[in-house]
Ligand binder design. Structure first.
Ligand SMILES: NC(=O)c1ccc[n+]([C@@H]2O[C@H](COP(=O)([O-])OP(=O)(O)OC[C@H]3O[C@@H](n4cnc5c(N)ncnc54)[C@H](O)[C@@H]3O)[C@@H](O)[C@H]2O)c1
Length: 151
């Protein structure tokens, strides 16, 4: 299965690496060019037991890929996990700015049916907002992918 993970932070990197270790083809996407450059060299910015070893092993095997291009990451993907940050807003609620920006970009980029999973910590109702953001972009392109689901 081809899996895309948007956001290669603590959650995205660990999730993507575990999926690759399970035998999936994984693309970890991030807007932080430095982070992606370092990961391609095997430099892992966080510590989790065995993570660095698994990142290097799966990257070398071609099962784990790092890119700043969502187009490259989403090409022929079956599932896309959104794992971007949700910092606390002024009123204590989760700031969905990054999640909805990622959703918009998915809509602009996807070229086939896709299952989209909100992996970021988000309040109830966010899946509907993500779906709406994606569908607005699909509408602009004049396309309709029926099996789109946001979990
Ligand atoms: N860190 C944890 O232990 C933990 C545990 C449970 C849940 N969470 C939740 O998971 C989510 C991610 O947390 P984290 O700690 O991994 O965050 P993080 O800040 O470490 O990583 C987020 C990454 O997303 C990238 N990003 C932002 N917008 C992007 C976009 N449009 N396209 C591609 N990349 C983009 C950032 O550059 C960053 O590398 C949050 O909602 C957080 O609350 C975190």
């Amino acid at each position: 299965m081809k899996i895309t993970v948007i956001g290669t932070g603590y959650v995205g990197l660990v999730t993507g690496t575990c999926f690759a270790e399970m035998g999936n083809e994984v693309y970890c996407v991030d807007i932080d060019t430095n982070k992606i450059k370092h990961l391609k060299k095997g430099i892992v910015p966080i510590y989790e037991p065995d993570l660095e070893e698994l990142v290097i092993k799966n990257y070398k095997a071609g099962d784990l890929n790092f890119t700043c291009s969502l187009k490259e990451g989403l090409n022929n993907s079956d599932i896309c996990f959104i794992a971007v940050g949700t910092p606390m807003d002024e009123d204590g609620s989760a700031d969905l700015h990054y999640v909805l920006a990622a959703a918009k970009e998915i809509g602009q980029t996807m070229s086939d049916d896709l299952i989209v999973v909100d992996k970021s910590t988000v309040p109830v109702g966010t899946a509907a907002k993500v779906k709406k953001a994606i569908n607005e972009e699909l509408k602009k392109k004049g396309v309709n992918y029926n099996s789109l689901r946001c979990v």
